[in-house]
Write a protein that binds this ligand. Structure first.
Ligand code: SAH
Length: 461
């Protein structure tokens, strides 16, 4: 049975603490003690340079006694941290600390202390402490990472706003309305503004008050980039907005794993487009977003990659803007960035490429009015989106424009997902090379010398 601990928060401001040992673990504990305002004494025969640096830094209250620990009276110390790798020194410090009645923290198994340093998640005033009762710190740290990802960074601003305005809101509203006010603030765009560090305008606050009085929620739209497929490539903000949405409009590029993150009770609408057979015409999507928001819904428009890169995001928000519907846009990792990383192809490289172009391969009338001559030069990487169908034309046009026939080219299918597949070749023969292969959308094309680096750098399919 692990020893059982209860979490307490302790103030160590101006309290003396002793750290026996000065290696890695000791250093991280010392940093925490100093942050807490403790006056730290370190006893150790060897001292990590970071600690020496702290001593040099006049602002920190730290004293180092460079010698091996030998039994002394520890009663002046509030807390003793035992962190040497010398058994004898550890045992001796443990028994001295017990005798002196200090709080004891031990970094060693089998040397039971009575306090542990939890993994801490901080958001301004808020602190969340996590422990596994000292049993598995590694898993605790992992858990911290997961929880970190879920907690908005600007949450302290919300708390400040709430504490500054609690009195006014309490006077103004009855309980139910008050609850509604705070909910619509915390979940909505006004709350997001606060978290981003902006101030609320008078009209933002009036809107919230009006809504609370009318007991209606003003709808809003989140235009969110879902990245190229791997759900772990979502941004923190994207995940949070996904989880608070009432209605979701998504398209074909959004992976199933990401769709699984949508709340079960949210209304899901597939407006996915396949090339040349649009399921829902763009104009209707724009209007649908506005209509749902007007009903008071929090509408999530989830797009593959980044909404502003070949995503028609601009058109969608233009209509919202015209109709006075609040919206926010959350960028996502675009396919060019995601697929290239997962295929081991850096888009730029000091030796091979000094610029990148994102180009649409959706060619009007078979060829296109693309400025092919600009693409002939080396030292640049060309990334074609929506180019699979026009692959042959693209390669031919580039060669015609003067690009060497042996320029390397890669096709990346379903990049960043577990079904990612990559083909590499050269401009002259790529279209023939894949003629009998089954390649499906979405596929990205990367052209340039950087493709060669894949041989060394590929780490993932
Ligand atoms: N807004 C999106 C692009 C939409 S255009 C973004 O920023 O990524 C659609 C094209 O993107 C597809 O035809 C394909 O070329 C590319 N694409 C998107 N996701 C992809 C993926 N996971 N793997 C390969 N290509 C992808």
């Amino acid at each position: 049975m692990p020893q059982s601990y209860i979490p307490l928060s302790i103030s160590l401001k101006d309290q003396p603490s002793l750290v026996v040992g000065a290696g890695n673990i000791a250093t991280s504990r010392i940093e925490k003690l100093i942050e807490a305002g403790s006056i730290v004494t370190v006893i150790s025969d060897q001292v990590d340079p970071r600690i020496t640096q702290m001593v040099k830094n006049q602002k920190t209250q730290i004293k180092v006694i460079q010698k091996k620990y030998e039994s002394i009276d520890l009663s002046e110390f509030k807390i003793v941290i035992i962190a040497t790798n010398n058994d004898q020194a550890n045992q001796s410090a443990l028994s001295d600390a017990k005798k002196a009645g200090c709080l004891i923290n031990s970094a060693f198994d089998g040397l039971q202390g009575d306090v542990i340093f939890p993994a801490v998640i901080k958001r301004g005033l808020f602190q969340l402490a996590l422990t596994s009762q000292g049993v598995t710190p590694t898993l605790t740290r992992l858990l911290r990472g997961w929880i970190e990802a879920r907690l908005p960074f600007g949450i302290e601003n919300l708390a400040n706003f709430a504490s500054e305005n609690a009195g006014t809101i309490k006077k103004r509203f009855k309980t139910q309305q008050r609850k509604f006010f705070w909910q619509s603030l915390f979940h909505g765009i006004a709350g997001q503004k606060l978290m981003d560090g902006d101030k609320l305008s008078l009209s933002d606050v009036e809107d919230l008050i009006e809504n609370a009085e009318a007991h209606t929620q003003k709808g809003e739209v989140y235009l969110v980039g879902a990245g190229p497929g791997d759900p772990e490539l979502l941004t923190f903000k994207a995940l949070r907005l996904i989880q608070q949405s009432d209605v979701v409009l998504y398209d074909r590029l959004v992976s199933q794993e990401i769709l699984n993150l949508i709340p079960a009770d949210a209304k899901k609408i597939n407006v996915g487009k396949e090339r040349d057979k649009h399921l829902v015409p763009q104009g209707d999507i724009n209007q649908l977003l506005a209509d749902e928001a007007r009903k008071g819904q929090r509408v999530l428009r989830l797009k593959g990659g980044d909404p502003f890169i070949f995503g028609r995001g601009g058109e969608e928000i233009e209509l919202l803007f015209d109709q006075g519907i609040p919206f926010q846009v959350v960028p996502g990792i675009t396919a060019g960035a995601g697929c290239s990383s997962y295929a081991g192809i850096p888009l730029t490289h000091r030796d091979y490429s000094q610029s990148v172009r994102f180009i649409t391969g959706h060619l009007k009338n078979g060829t296109s009015d693309l400025p092919w001559h600009e693409y002939q030069y080396g030292n640049q990487t060309l990334v074609f989106y929506m180019g699979l169908k026009s692959l042959r034309v693209i390669c031919e046009q580039l060669i015609l424009a003067g690009k060497p026939k042996e320029t390397p080219i890669a096709l990346i299918q379903k990049g960043t997902t577990k079904d990612q597949k990559v083909w590499t070749g050269v401009l002259e023969s790529m279209a023939d090379q894949i003629e009998n292969e089954e390649i499906h959308a979405p596929t990205l094309i990367i052209i340039g010398e950087v493709v060669k680096l894949r041989e060394k750098l590929a780490w993932c399919g």
